[in-house]
Design a protein around this ligand. Structure first.
Ligand SMILES: [Fe+2]
Length: 417
């Protein structure tokens, strides 16, 4: 298998780039199964996007960056560049992000027809052109679409959670807090960043040296049972545990538990999931916490968040998403049973999202993909149950503002040795 296909799962890449293209595009549509047209139009907050917009924007990416410049194609409809360009300043003005939910037109059916057109045009192009440029841009387009698959799930979860008629409750196994061990790392001069040969986003390189002091990192993420202890011990009402910005945000938004948790009439904590509401399972990795909350928890526990270099160094040979990356589309973290529980929740780090030494974004609009977001955001490592199969890797750098909670985000603690 060519290394360039490493970002696609083995199953998807077995038949080459064309098959990988079809598999990724089909998976996006599969994620919308069970949604009605109304579900796909509404935007629940400025940070989220409607499902219809995700479906359109991912198609726009292939049209704008591949089919028009490399395939001789034309824009499907005039003006759609304005509607579905996300953030590429070099491509001109755009519809404001917070108003994406106001786009009742074009209708869903036309967006789906556009997707089908893009699919056949891309598949046709891939059969007659195997240039390195087309391969590289197609891999970028597929990785981009996989990022939107995860966003689609987190955004639809946030939207459905606004509905006061909660979905039917589902029973869930209630585990006990799993044991926690520590991984020792001696520190020293280490290398981090993507290696050459496989696909990686530009922000994962260049590979470079870092100096690490000796440290320990937990062998699993923090679980709900531990988070319940943090809450019971006044974690959300003790300002000395919090960074100032985090405390201000927690007060302003009334945080007293992770996002989507609520107290049922039985006084137990329950959580809203895409598989129905259920009592909080103490053995699941805690999910939907901000970096501010993760930092406060770590301080309460007498630990700290790992830096991204510590995480990558310690986890690069242990990162094994396991069943969370299976072919089934999972919609909620599951109980940890003592085995490696990585890959269920993205793990916040203590590292600001900054360029690596000698990082240079690409020329032109595509250079806006990552580099311009290196301000005011924190790095998350790993993968979540919503991350598409084969999409992540140990060098992968996810990033969100420290107050963001709607992603499938948790934490793993570390401490100085
Ligand atoms: Fe995008």
């Amino acid at each position: 298998m060519p290394d360039a296909y490493a970002m696609i799962s083995e199953e998807e890449s077995a038949s080459g780039l064309g098959a990988a293209f079809r598999a990724v595009r089909d998976r996006t549509l599969a994620l919308t199964a069970g949604l009605g047209p109304e579900d796909m139009v509404v935007q629940s907050m400025p940070d989220t996007s409607p499902t219809k917009w995700h479906l359109a924007h991912t198609s726009w990416f292939f049209e704008h960056f591949i089919l028009i410049p490399l395939g001789g194609g034309k824009m499907w409809r005039p003006g759609w560049d304005y509607l579905f360009n996300s953030y590429y300043e070099a491509l001109g003005p755009r519809h404001p992000r917070p108003a994406r939910g106001l786009l009742t037109r074009p209708p869903l059916a036309e967006v789906l027809a556009w997707r089908a057109h893009i699919d056949s045009a891309m598949e046709d192009l891939l059969t007659r052109d195997n240039s390195p440029e087309l391969t590289a841009l197609t891999l970028l387009g597929l990785s981009h679409e996989q990022q939107h698959q995860e966003l689609l799930l987190t955004d639809i979860k946030h939207l459905l959670a606004q509905n006061p008629l909660r979905p039917l409750a589902a029973t869930a196994p209630r585990g006990t807090i799993p044991s926690l061990g520590w991984i020792d790392h001696p520190g020293g001069l280490m290398e981090v960043g993507c290696r050459s040969g496989g696909f990686a986003f530009d922000n994962e390189g260049p590979r470079h040296h870092v100096w690490l002091a000796p440290f320990q990192i937990a062998d699993r993420p923090v679980c709900n049972g531990e988070w319940l202890r943090f809450m019971a011990d006044g974690g959300y009402s003790t300002p000395s545990l919090w960074l100032s910005d985090g405390w201000a945000r927690a007060q302003a938004e009334g945080w007293e538990a992770p996002l989507y948790w609520y107290q049922g009439e039985d006084d137990r904590w329950w959580t809203f999931t895409l598989e129905g509401c259920r009592p909080v399972d103490p053995a699941e990795p805690v999910c939907h916490v901000s970096q501010f909350e993760a930092d406060a928890f770590a301080r309460w526990a007498g630990t700290r968040l790992p830096t991204e270099a510590e995480w990558e160094t310690a986890m690069q040979h242990r990162f094994n998403p396991g069943p969370a990356f299976g072919s089934a589309i999972r919609r909620h973290p599951f109980s940890m049973n003592g085995a490696d529980a990585g890959g269920q929740v993205w793990e916040w780090t203590a590292s600001a999202y900054l360029p690596y030494p000698a990082y240079r974004p690409a020329e032109g609009a595509i250079g806006e993909y990552n580099g311009k977001f290196m301000s005011g955001q924190m790095v998350l490592r790993g993968a979540s149950i919503a991350t598409p199969p084969g999409h992540s890797r140990p060098s992968y750098r996810n990033f969100f503002p420290p107050h963001a909670r709607w992603q499938f985000s948790g934490l793993r603690v570390a401490r100085d040795a």
